[in-house]
Every structure is written in C-alpha cells, then in structure tokens.
Design a protein around this ligand. Sequence first.
Ligand code: CA
Ligand code: CA
Ligand code: CA
Length: 245
Amino acid sequence: MKGLSTDRLGARTLVCGRSARLFVVLFGLGGLNCGGAKKPAEQPEQVVEGRRQDDQSRCEFKGRDDRDVQESSSPGSVLANVRRVYGYIGTSSERRRILLCREVDTNLDGMKDLLRTYGDDGERLSEQADADYNGKIDTWITFGKRQPAKVELDKSGDGKPDEIRFYTAGKVARVQRDTNGDEKPDVFEIYDAGRLERMGLDVDFDGQVDTWRRDQVRARELEEKERTEVAPENDAKKSDEAPAK
Ligand SMILES: [Ca+2]
Ligand SMILES: [Ca+2]
Ligand SMILES: [Ca+2]
C-alpha cells in the first residue's frame, strides 16, 4: 500500500507497507519507492540539496523484515525529517503493530539528532540527543513512570557521560559529576525537593568524599523551617503547663 496520510502532528506522511525494505525515501525529491517498484541503484553517499543520504540513523531497522518504517516531515520542514520505526507483538488476532523508535532531525541539517525508544504500551523508555549538533550523542535519558529517572550528559565532548542526574517524581534528587576525566564521579550533589542541599567533594580523586559542603542559604532555610515547625508544639506545651486561674 502506498499513499498520503496525515499523522497526529498534521505532518504530510508517506506511508509504505509492512516491510521496511519495500520502500526508500529519496531525500531531496520526496519520492517514494514502495513494493513492486524498481529499487534505485546503489549509490555512494552524496549530498542532495544539502542533505546526505546517511542521516545518522540510530533506530534499528536496516535489514529487518519485521520492521515498518514511516518517514514524515514536521511543520516547517520541506523534506522528511521524522522517522518512525514500528514492530509487531502478539500472535494471530492479538497481533498488533507498535511504535518502537522515533528519530528526528530537529535542526533540519539532514542529520538525525534526537531518538526516542518506546515500550509495548507506547510508554517512553529512553531518549538520546545530540544537543549541540556536532554528530555525537551527548544526552541520554532513561524514563521511569512517564518521567525521566536518569539523565546522563557528556559535557567534555568525548562521547561518554561525565554527569549523571537522578530524578525522583520529576525532581532532581542526586547529581554525580566527573570533573577530572577519570570516568569516576568526584562531585556528589544531594537535593531536597529539587533544591541543592549539600555537596560532597572528592578532592584527591581516590573515590572517597573528603569534604561535604552544605548550601548556606538552604541550610538557613531548613533551620528556619525546623524552628517554625517546632514552635507551635512548644506554644501548646506552654499553655498546658500554664497554671489554672
Ligand atoms: Ca540535525
Ligand atoms: Ca553532541
Ligand atoms: Ca573523577
């Protein structure tokens, strides 16, 4: 089956049949080659209207007969910049198609720079992003229940994460950071309700925290909070202890 449809984003979408190998989107031409049509001859990587044929795809679908691939263009993009890869689960009447992977070229430079993977019920499992568009993934997100549970960042540009953020109920709870490039964390931040409470520093990089620093402002706030929470009890005690008139 070959035709035009409209997806949830209202994007113009070119849809092919079940087998991924049955279609090829020709970048720059927006053409389509579905089942039965002639496959284009193998060509070396080339620039087509500023786009290379290798778009740094990271979704798994090449050479897979059990994957469907859908290419679409988001609003503002003339060419296809969104790819969805589908798979199948279940058997016979319970067999259904599910979205496994979605990748996007967000800055329209021809290279995919954002990838999301999904579970059987459409829930987000993970995300990878090349946030500075240099061709290397620098952000990895692992999702818990609907929200990010862990975010790993490569700030040094070596392709490996050097900062890991752990989240609880959507708020940052812990951060660990490698500042000397030995791939071991040496800064540990502890958060309370999403606000930095204290920071541990491993200054000689032996894996042991040498000093803990409390956020001075946060410490004062906590002390004040403790004082005001205790105060009413004290007041009540005083009135209990007051002699009867
Ligand atoms: Ca891009
Ligand atoms: Ca990058
Ligand atoms: Ca380190």
